[in-house]
Design a protein around this ligand. Structure first.
Ligand SMILES: Nc1ncnc2c1ncn2[C@@H]1O[C@H](COP(=O)(O)OP(=O)(O)OP(=O)(O)O)[C@@H](O)[C@H]1O
Ligand SMILES: [Mg+2]
Length: 644
């Protein structure tokens, strides 16, 4: 036994015991929310609730679905005809009796043809052929319409899940790790659409077929009907008991797959660290263990699912044997004809189909229903900072650019330590404010609030005297240009990455932005210039090159408020000097927040705010701060000493 199988076995045992306990005590089930860290106290939605919600999602495709179910109904009813035709063959044609008038009238022109048994048989065969072709054509139309609905619903569900996930508050997005999000959006949101078949189309066909066969049985002898119907409560009961356990298990499996996916994605993302610390083997064994546990769960739930099927498929032959016994005696007694019995046998076989379909789709849709449950958890998570009532759009041209930070206090979600406390300062329109302070002092946090990545827990930020929470989020963010401490670039060309700053930017604008950011030289040296693909997160570029692209991107956005967080930290002094000219040019007339450790770069700032442990220690211009012997002066002295 390998270590993975041993540890996965232990984990699985524990899971098994837990799930048994859960089923025994029947307490309110606590479900895992869409991210593993936080347990939702919400109960798993009931079947009825999920079904109602699903129907709601289907509403836009109502006409397609009605068409699909309509054609399906006709096709299914037509498919019920052939056994009746067989009955006429056995009872009339083979006994040399004439066919009933009703059948002959179905075939145009058949009155004139001589009614020999062979001709009559031909009529019956003709009916079977026509009915079958019609039923198949209608059936395929219905399937097509239903499939169309599935695909449309699938793309709309994925869209909704993606859209919502991308508008969640930042800390929620970070919890929804990339692999997990992919699995949630692709598998779960996509799987919801399969419910069209599993929960509506297939059961509908099964029910029509079932009711049709039962109707014919009732027509032959009502006691046959009673016999068949007596099975239903029994079937329903076995089904319900088993289903109560299967759905939670499918849900657990999906959650585990999400975790495994996200772990795999993370390992690949951090492959340099994994290799750097020679942890490839342990990463892979962690992955394998996860997969093993999932495998065991899948086999476990497979058995439960097969149990349902087994019960059903044993129950039915037993019951049908009983019905056969009853019908056979009727034939011997002469109460019903041989044809009736043959037809009855055919319908009996036709009863199996729908019931099996119902059983299968019931177990199958549990997994997709669990997916829907998880998608609903996601889309019901509140969005990031919904606009307040009466929030105003703000256009770039209306902005003067005075920013006032009033007594800001801020705690990161899930953290008790205040990251900022009592921060107050005012930035004149178009001026440059520098935030300095030790690592962890709260500089980035302060900029996060200005960028409205988070709202302050206390105090407020005013733009030209208006609380930024009274502006619509989208319009406010359009005013911003940000270069973050961790530069993020997309896998794409240099052009597309710079161009991300402004929709529909021309090449000339992109090149100009690159020049200001002192990025033009190295871009020209790249093999394909602007068209060079830079790889995921820009791994084909050096740290400084990435920073310059990010600066160019922010420049292109033509922002009113510029935030540069350690934007030039990875550059050599010469490149920094060069870029500084571009930046000075750029910052003219824009309110700018600049964070820099190298104090020489911010000496000329209009206002320097020194932060320490989330508080403002000092504010003022360089000369003023140098005169008072505070924290700033100490930092400057320290840095100049280091240089020597
Ligand atoms: N997402 C987060 N959740 C919880 N706490 C956070 C988060 N981000 C930062 N913090 C905490 O907030 C405090 C301020 O962090 P911040 O990133 O603002 O520091 P900084 O001044 O930008 O430091 P540096 O110069 O190293 O970038 C730190 O103590 C940090 O631990
Ligand atoms: Mg920082």
């Amino acid at each position: 036994m390998t270590p993975h199988t041993r540890s996965s076995k232990l984990k699985f045992r524990k899971y098994q015991e837990d799930s048994k306990k859960k089923a025994r005590t029947r307490r309110t089930q606590k479900i895992l929310a869409w991210h593993s860290q936080e347990r939702s106290t919400q109960r798993t939605r009931s079947f009825g609730e999920l079904f109602r919600i699903f129907l709601g999602r289907l509403a836009p495709y109502r006409s397609s679905m009605i068409l699909a179910l309509g054609t399906l109904t006709i096709a299914t009813i037509l498919a019920l005809i052939p056994p009746v035709v067989t009955k006429f063959a056995v009872d009339q044609v083979f006994n040399g009796e004439p066919l009933p008038e009703a059948v002959i009238r179905l075939v145009p022109g058949s009155r004139d043809i001589p009614k020999t048994p062979v001709d009559q048989l031909l009529i019956l065969v003709g009916i079977v052929v026509v009915v079958s072709v019609l039923s198949t054509l209608l059936g395929i139309t219905g399937r097509w319409k239903a499939t169309q609905t599935v695909k449309r619903l699938q793309s709309s569900m994925r869209h909704e899940a993606f859209d919502h996930a991308s508008r969640l508050p930042l800390h929620k997005v970070q919890e929804l790790t990339s692999g997990g999000a992919t699995s949630l959006i692709r598998e779960d949101a996509g799987g919801v659409a399969d419910l069209v078949f599993a929960m509506i189309y297939n059961p509908w066909r099964a029910i029509i077929q079932l009711l049709g066969s039962l109707a014919v049985l009732a027509f032959v002898d009502w006691r046959l009907l009673v016999g068949a119907v007596a099975l239903f409560p029994l079937i329903w009961y076995t089904h319900r008991t088993w289903i109560g356990r299967i759905r939670p298990m499918y849900r657990d499996i999906r959650l585990q797959r999400q975790e495994i996916d996200s772990h795999a994605t993370e390992s690949f993302g951090g492959m340099r660290v994994v290799r750097g610390f020679a942890r490839s083997r342990s990463e892979s064994s962690r992955y394998v263990t996860g997969n093993h546990v999932m495998l065991r769960k899948e086999i476990y739930v497979w058995w439960w699912a097969r149990g349902v099927e087994l019960a059903w498929s044993l129950l039915l032959p037993m019951a049908s044997a009983a019905l056969l016994w009853f019908g056979g005696k009727q034939v011997i007694d002469g109460t019903i004809t041989t044809g009736d019995l043959v037809m009855f046998l055919a319908y009996l076989a036709m009863l199996f189909g729908p019931i099996e379909t119902l059983a299968n789709s019931a177990t199958m849709f549990q997994t997709n229903l669990a997916g829907l449950d998880r998608v609903l958890d996601l889309v019901e998570e509140p969005r990031e900072m919904p606009d307040v009532e009466g929030a105003r759009e703000i256009a770039s041209s209306q902005v003067e650019g005075r920013m006032t930070l009033e007594n800001l206090g801020f705690n990161y979600p899930d953290s008790d330590m205040p990251a900022l406390e009592g921060i107050s300062f005012e930035v004149e329109p178009g001026s440059l404010v520098a935030l300095v302070g030790r690592s962890g002092a709260g500089k980035t946090t302060c900029c996060n609030l200005v960028a409205r990545f988070y709202d302050p827990t206390e105090g407020r930020i005013l733009l030209d005297g208006r609380d930024i929470r009274d502006l619509t989020l989208d319009s406010y963010r359009r005013l911003l240009g940000i270069v973050e401490q961790d530069v993020f670039l997309f896998d794409g060309t240099v052009r597309s990455n710079i161009g991300y700053g402004r929709r529909g930017a021309t090449d000339a604008q992109i090149i100009h932005a690159a020049e200001l950011a002192a990025a033009d030289d190295f871009i020209e040296a790249l093999p394909d210039g602007l068209d060079t693909v830079i790889g995921e997160r820009g791994f084909k570029l050096s740290g400084g090159q990435r920073q310059r692209l990010a600066i160019a991107r922010a420049i292109l956005a033509d922002p009113r408020i510029l935030i540069l967080d350690e934007a030039t930290s990875n550059l050599d002094t010469e490149s920094e000097k060069k870029i500084q000219q571009g930046l000075t040019e750029l910052m003219r007339g824009r309110t700018s927040f600049v964070i820099a450790h190298r104090l020489s770069t911010i000496m000329h700032a209009d206002l320097i705010v020194v932060l320490g442990e989330g508080r403002v220690l000092e504010t003022g211009r360089h000369e003023e701060l140098m005169q008072s012997s505070g924290a700033y002066r100490r930092m400057v002295v320290l840095q100049s000493e280091n240089k020597e």
